[in-house]
Design a protein around this ligand. Structure first.
Ligand code: MV4
Length: 503
């Protein structure tokens, strides 16, 4: 086993990896930018190295500097977390060339899976169902129309080098093709430096269901079953759960076997994820493969009982997986909410500031994977995800109730957060029964943001507002005009109640 690992990341995922290291008796090295000198991951690691200025391009993306730090401090392996350098094949290669271990798949596997058209070809070769469409880049719009006629409208244009929805364009009829192809090419060129675009048949109203896989270096490749990730906005997932209400035991086996076949065909080792669209008829289609640990890995950990980060480290050190596929049975239900510093009432605009107060949920079945504390500065340099709140309970109903309870316990002050938005989702009747697809959140957003607060909250808010008004009448010079006189929005009332009443 390794004696020391460098973690090429920040925030909650750096802390998550530090925790795994500590449990395995491995020393941890953090890296940090000037903006993160006092961040929790720097304090919690055994050692820490400054790698540059606040912008990611000048610190967390400086692969050479990070590798040099690992060598200098005697780390034997690098864990990339997610985002930043985690899916850059050149970084994985540079780590190996420096005589270190990259905790993840091989550089060649990352490169092969990174191209969407190459991944589709690989999937087809492994008898993995893909969405009907091409595996070659389109030549021109006449070519595109000919292909679309073959599969039938609507079709989607997708960037060959892409992923995550960039360079994607829906085409409903032939007369839209020219303009859509131009736009898709321009977006693809800007985002990936490659304007190659291909065509897929458009699948209407599917779910996003993904399979977690885990493989060792001795030929064992396992499916750790599905996660349901349909609740997302503009390709940003907001809520994930495991298992999925749409997946029967038979479908779970079929999707798991498929994901394992795709991973083996790619020569994959370590943890990875196969993304699928699951249509209304229960048919599934391979979309793409993510060659990293994912943000939502905790829901899989809670229902399988397998510590994914520990096993990433252990298989990277050459250990064998001791599990058999039949041992992996989901237990209960897990839900994760991504708590972000975004203002749902204001089009999810990122909010900045200093965390001035923080009360964390706890109690039965509650897990907080966070990267913030009181005093943390939340700026615009990095991702707005502050933490993940994850719950585990025997059934989906109990998990939704538990998440609602845990969100009620959570207070974040100093920045706007998605907490109230997540509460509204837990109260939503459609979410409650799992009637969700990839368009559900955007369809439902307006009504979610304009619900009446519960009677209990309004009563508390009214009481507190009356007390403040009374205080202000007695001491007019100390009056805070903002709180006592605002009567236009229930938000201001609930904020007053939370600030003054509950604390
Ligand atoms: C699709 C699709 C419908 N039909 N492909 C979005 C990002 C990229 N990973 C693939 N995406 C989609 N591909 C076909 N043929 C719908 C989406 C899609 C989506 C997929 C997963 C999760 C959320 C999504 C939101 C909008 C569109």
């Amino acid at each position: 086993m390794f004696k020391k690992i460098l973690i090429a990341n920040r925030g909650e995922i750096a802390l998550r990896v530090i925790r795994a290291c500590r449990e395995l008796g491995i020393a941890s090295v953090a890296v940090y930018s000037d903006a993160d000198a006092r961040a929790p991951h720097v304090r919690e690691a055994d050692e820490a190295v400054n790698v540059g200025a606040p912008p990611s391009a000048e610190s967390y993306l400086k692969g050479d500097r990070i590798i040099e730090a690992a060598q200098r401090l005697g780390a034997e392996a690098i864990h990339p977390g997610y985002g930043f350098l985690s899916e850059r094949d050149w970084f994985a290669r540079a780590v190996i060339d420096a005589g270190l271990v990259f905790i993840g798949p091989s550089a060649d596997a990352i490169a092969a899976i990174g191209s969407k058209t190459a991944a589709r070809q690989l999937a087809i070769g492994a008898n993995v169902p893909v969405v009907p469409g091409t595996t070659e880049a389109l030549r021109d719009s006449a070519d595109a129309r000919a292909v679309a006629d073959k599969y039938g409208y609507p079709v989607l244009l997708k960037a060959a080098a892409g992923g995550g929805g960039k360079g994607m364009r829906l085409v409903r009829a032939a007369n839209e093709m020219d303009a859509a192809l131009d736009t898709a090419r321009r977006e693809a060129k800007n985002a990936f430096g490659d304007d190659a675009v291909y065509v897929e048949k458009y699948i209407e109203g599917p779910r996003h269901v993904e399979i977690q896989i885990l493989g060792d270096q001795h030929g064992t490749m396992l499916s750790l079953n599905e996660r349901e990730c349909s609740v997302q906005r503009r390709h940003q997932k907001m809520i994930e759960e495991a298992p999925s209400v749409a997946v029967t035991p038979g479908l779970r086996r079929a999707m798991g076997d498929t994901a394992v076949r795709a991973a083996k065909a790619a020569g994959y080792v370590n943890a990875g994820t196969c993304e699928f669209l699951l249509d209304r008829d229960g048919k599934f289609y391979f979309l793409e493969m993510n060659t990293r640990l994912q943000v939502e890995h905790p829901v899989t950990e809670l229902v399988t009982g397998i510590d994914l980060v520990q096993w990433q480290i252990r298989v990277a050190a050459g250990e064998r997986l001791p599990f058999k596929q039949d041992d992996i049975v989901p237990h209960g239900w897990a839900i994760e909410c991504r708590i972000t510093s975004e203002d749902p009432a204001n089009a999810f605009l990122p909010s900045t500031g200093t965390i001035s107060y923080l009360h964390l949920p706890s109690g039965p079945g509650v897990r907080w994977d966070g990267g913030i504390e009181v005093g943390s500065e939340v700026g615009l340099f990095y991702d707005p995800m502050l933490a993940k709140l994850i719950v585990h309970a025997p059934t989906r109903d109990a998990a939704v109730d538990r998440m609602h309870r845990a969100l009620l316990e959570l207070t974040v002050e100093g920045v706007e957060s998605s907490r109230d938005f997540h509460l509204r989702v837990m109260e939503d009747a459609e979410f409650r029964v799992g009637a969700i697809d990839i368009q559900w959140l955007e369809r439902r957003l307006d009504s979610l943001l304009h619900v009446e607060p519960p009677a209990e909250t309004k009563r508390t808010a009214a009481l507190v507002a009356a007390l403040i008004a009374d205080r202000d009448r007695q001491a007019p010079k100390r009056a805070s005009s903002a709180s006592a006189t605002s009567n236009d929005s229930t938000n201001a009332w609930t904020r007053v109640a939370r600030l003054e009443g509950i604390r």
